[in-house]
Write a protein that binds this ligand. Structure first.
Ligand code: MN3
Length: 211
């Protein structure tokens, strides 16, 4: 996330109906244009009067929240986090279908730590189901090069926890409610069909190199 102020709404790398039937076109459109678009506009509004931060990347801002003035810290955390999380989420989706499984070094690492992909996904789903209220569940790499499944609230990011993001599921109701209503479990189950494991492998290798 190397962009700086003014931040822009990045177009999706696929059409709004690309995740059908797992995520419907209307949800994708509202989620991207509406929700992500609002985070982008709000962050720009907040930073408008603070030219000192206009050269900071999104990651710079989110990694240094404690250095920001009190009056804008919360809004940068919420809106900046909203942009960071949603760009990762949207760019990590690919409609593969039911045979979708991890590849490469990440596949080996998942099997080393979680025995099997199936076992990993059961654990990931469990954490996702148990997240109360709005937030995200992530597969991340910690500084010891081990995988960690973690949950975050609201638009908090895993950067604050010192973790490197690989995949994430958006568990705000806006991500699934139009199609799934209260059936959050089904959304979590279907998310398995639209994880872009090539992208995840790419992120995993970058995470290792950072450590
Ligand atoms: Mn969302």
């Amino acid at each position: 996330m190397n962009e700086t102020y003014p931040f822009k709404l990045k177009p999706l790398p696929y059409s709004y109906n690309a995740m059908e039937p797992y995520i419907d076109e209307k949800t994708m459109m509202i989620h991207h244009k509406g929700h992500l678009g609002t985070y982008v506009n709000n962050l720009n509004k907040v930073l408008e009067k603070y030219p000192i931060y206009h050269n900071c990347t999104l990651t710079d801002l989110l990694n240094n929240l404690e250095l920001l003035p009190n009056e804008i810290r919360k809004e940068v955390r919420n809106n900046g986090g909203g942009i960071f999380n949603h760009n990762l989420y949207f760019e990590g989706l690919k409609n593969v279908g039911e045979d979708n499984i991890p590849i490469g070094k990440l596949k080996s690492k998942i099997e080393e730590q979680f025995i099997s992909f199936e076992n990993f996904y059961n654990l990931f789903s469990k954490v996702a189901k148990e997240l109360f209220g709005s937030g995200f569940v992530w597969l991340t790499l910690n500084k010891y090069n081990n995988l960690e499944i973690v949950a975050t609230k609201n638009q908090d990011t895993v950067l604050e926890l010192g973790l490197c993001p690989i995949i994430l599921i958006d568990l705000w109701e806006h991500a699934y409610y139009l199609k799934y209503n209260n059936k959050k479990d089904e959304y979590i189950q279907n998310y398995k069909n639209i994880i872009d494991w090539s992208k995840a492998e790419e992120r995993y290798l970058k995470c290792i190199n950072k450590n």
